[in-house]
Design a binder for this molecule. Sequence first.
Ligand code: BG6
Length: 468
Amino acid sequence: MAILSIKYKFPKNFWWGAATSGPQTEGRFNKKHANVFDHWFDIEKNAFFNGVGPNVASNFYNSYKEDIKMMADIGLNSIRTSIQWTRLIKDFETAEVDTEAVAFYNQVIDEFLKNKIIPVMNLQHFDLPVELYDKYGGWESKHVLDLFVLFAEKCFALFGDRVKHWITFNEPMVIVEGQYLYKFHYPNIVDGKKAVQVLYNLNLASAKVVAAFKQSKCAKQGGEIGVVLNLTPSYPRSQAEDDIKAAAFVEDFFNKSFLDPVVKGEFTPSLVQTLRKDGVLWESTAEELAIIKNNTVDFLGVNYYQPRRAKSKGAVWDKTKSWMPDKYFDDYELPNRRMNPYRGWEIYPQAMYDIAINIRDNYNNIHWYISENGMGVEGEEKYRNADGLIEDVYRIDFYEEHLRYLYKAIQDGANCFGFHAWTAIDCWSWSNAYKNRYGYIAVDLITQIKTIKKSGYWIKNVAKENGF
Ligand code: BG6
């Protein structure tokens, strides 16, 4: 029998896991409040692929024991999910908790630990309570930031004895883009100036939660807190000066706007300068900036799916239009780019290396992990073989290609401690609902029967060998 050797061996204790979130898995069972997506579905079902909403999702609220067991069966040693603000908290102003929700999250955490899975708990995954939007304007309001801190403190006090890895926000930039610029999160506003203020407020919210965490027993016992950012590198169309300038703005606005404050405690000077010149700079106080300065994260999570490419603006920006970041760039489509046609995203595994080296060289080589990477594919049932196994070899290839670049970066000194796929079990994905499947494990929406895909057996072996 041929003995397969392991060519890419990862560092000791590497996290081989997966990510998901409360609103995308639990279902709304027994949940007393609605988040912005619950509400959007209630008022506009057609905005969701095939009219499928978050009410059942992958039924995790009822099947968490079986689901976690399956995650353990495919060898995952760590899982990120999120605690829903709209489930845990009964009264947002006082942070009085819902006792059934406390019991639920306690059971979930205990179940992870029983299955030898490290639970990584995120506090915000696009699931702002809608009543805080209606009452105060959501993340536009600094009062809402303080209510979020109250919720976070409750989580640390209730679960911090067992959860040692916390995340303040998943992809805060996507909240800015979805809610305030490009209309893919309720309430679908287009307002560049508000977007900039929210961008600042989310940085402040994250820093305030880090500050609260530092006071917690969990931190004193060695617990850590981080943030998950979607760092989609911005490549210029060409080496021409105006293309490089356009890509540099994209990098400033979409990446460094969070990466700089969360790791270095300061906003990027060139970004501040541009926003001030345009009269859209956020309102801040010296006290708030000091909170941001003094409460950087312990570790970073990086979500990477696709690169961003930019070119200089083709047409002159219409000055009568209200401010948008798009004033400074046009998106660029690389000719003959490799595509995932289902999601419409370019596939560019080399970016893994570029991200890692950027963190190594420009962000103090902070310790970090890939917190999401994955390939969403529509109609995977057609890949089910006679034995009932979905043969998702394209997903295995996708992961191996990305991991090879990550491996090379680690060899070159990147301080990366793990790789989380999106996702373990096919889950509900916002307005795309169940269109594209990402999981190592398939879910049948009618029966809720879950079956391991070929990639699930692949990751089991990778985790066992700590490489491939
Ligand atoms: C990530 C999000 O950006 O992408 C997840 O953190 C999301 O919540 C995932 O589900 C996949 O997104 P989509 O739109 O392809 O289903």
